[in-house]
Design a protein around this ligand. Structure first.
Ligand SMILES: Cc1ncc(C[n+]2csc(CCOP(=O)(O)OP(=O)(O)O)c2C)c(N)n1
Ligand SMILES: [Mg+2]
Length: 365
């Protein structure tokens, strides 16, 4: 059995109350979603039944579970690009779709059991029935082999990715950078925002999501440039929470002057830039699809973003080696001022998102 909970289940009341209780009674394997745009995360990544994203690029057992499962329960989610419109699920699997909006049910794939409901009410009811029938133990036992199988796939997949997370390379591997950010931003209330192409992929496949509403990125439609305004707004609204934006250098350029607002309004956000000298995701997908990049339009060159921020009155830091990342984050947050950490990352590392973009035919040959 695989249950998928989704941030795009905007109809749920995930923000309004406690997260869905899935821990005890039901032997659900919960596949969290890759589409974190509005970050309605309802099941934390460190939940024992959460096996990471299902789009196939996040290390974990999500995709494996999607292929093997015989039952999929979609909770307030849409079958969109990230699941190839439902094709990543076992074609033989029975599909249950729970949604508060009836017109959402049955898009892109035939549904065996449609349920019109708020997903929180639905899951509470399921748990209630399991409690009433006292069959939590039986269910747990029945699915324990499946859960162990998923745990072992999860481990295997993460072991394969470890080389990139642990890379000591200079220029820095952006996945190592994402790992350092993830380690540092380890409090449940930390707000982490992502902007950029490959940068968002590296962070998205690394971040441990702990609480609904605490991770934001540009989501399915991928409109870049919102990161800095998101960060300012988040810190303005929640001054007691740590707010960090990890962004690509290109995306930083869209709204760079918003940094002046962070400084003059005394909004102490920390922005960490993966500076790969260009529009990485575009460059890489061109390389994969066309065999070469169109340099004229994908190269930005080396810009000293940290110095520009200093000139506006903020804190600027330059990082060129992986072990400098943690101290820089420490200094940036300690400063209590708006800060920019300019991290020089490897322009040649190609994210799985760039490969996917090349393969979905974004370029005509
Ligand atoms: C507003 C907007 N313009 C253009 C794009 C197309 N686009 C997707 S990824 C990307 C490259 C982003 O470069 P950068 O922010 O430096 O991140 P990197 O891929 O290098 O990590 C671009 C231009 C977009 N998604 N949104
Ligand atoms: Mg870039």
């Amino acid at each position: 059995m695989a249950v998928r909970s989704d941030p795009y289940g905007a109809q749920t009341s995930a923000f309004a109350g406690p997260t869905i209780q899935m821990d005890d009674p039901a032997a659900f394997a919960v596949l969290a979603d890759e589409n974190r745009a509005v970050a309605y995360r309802v099941v934390p990544d460190d939940h024992p039944f959460c096996f990471a994203g299902i789009s196939g690029i996040r290390p974990g057992a999500g995709l494996y579970a999607s292929f093997c499962t015989d039952l999929v329960i979609l909770l307030g989610t849409r079958l969109n690009l990230f699941t190839l419109f439902g094709d990543t699920f076992n074609p033989e699997a029975k599909m249950v779709q729970v949604d508060i909006e009836p017109e959402e049910i049955g898009r892109n794939r035939q549904i065996d059991l449609p349920v019109m409901s708020d997903i929180k009410a639905f899951v509470n009811e399921v748990n209630h029935i399991i409690d009433q029938n006292k069959n939590a133990k039986t269910l747990k036992a029945r699915f324990s082999d499946w859960i162990s199988e998923l745990h072992s796939e999860d481990q295997k997949s993460k072991d394969t990715a470890r080389e990139q997370w642990d890379s000591d390379a200079v220029p820095i591997h952006p996945m190592r950078m994402a790992k350092e950010v993830n380690l540092f931003m380890n409090q449940e209330d930390d707000i982490v925002i992502s902007d950029g192409g490959d940068t968002t992929i590296w962070l998205g496949i690394t971040r441990t999501f702990r609480k609904a509403g605490h991770y934001l990125d540009s989501g399915l439609f991928g409109c870049l440039g919102g990161g800095l305004p998101y960060a300012n707004t988040a810190k303005y609204l929640y001054p007691d929470k740590r707010v960090l934006l990890m962004t690509g250098d290109g995306s930083m350029g869209f709204n760079f002057m918003e940094f002046e607002r962070s400084v003059s309004k005394q909004i102490p956000i920390v922005v960490i830039i993966s500076n790969d000298l260009g529009w990485g995701m575009i460059r890489h997908s061109q390389e994969v699809r066309l065999g070469h990049a169109i340099d004229d339009v994908t190269e930005l060159g080396r810009l000293d973003y940290h110095k520009y921020v200093e000139a506006m009155g903020g804190v600027g830091l330059l990082v060129e080696k992986p072990d400098e990342i943690q101290p820089a984050l420490e200094d940036a947050f300690k400063s209590g001022r708006a800060a920019c950490i300019n991290v020089m990352t490897d322009p040649t590392t190609v994210s799985p998102g760039s490969i996917a973009l090349a393969n979905i035919g974004a370029y005509k040959l």
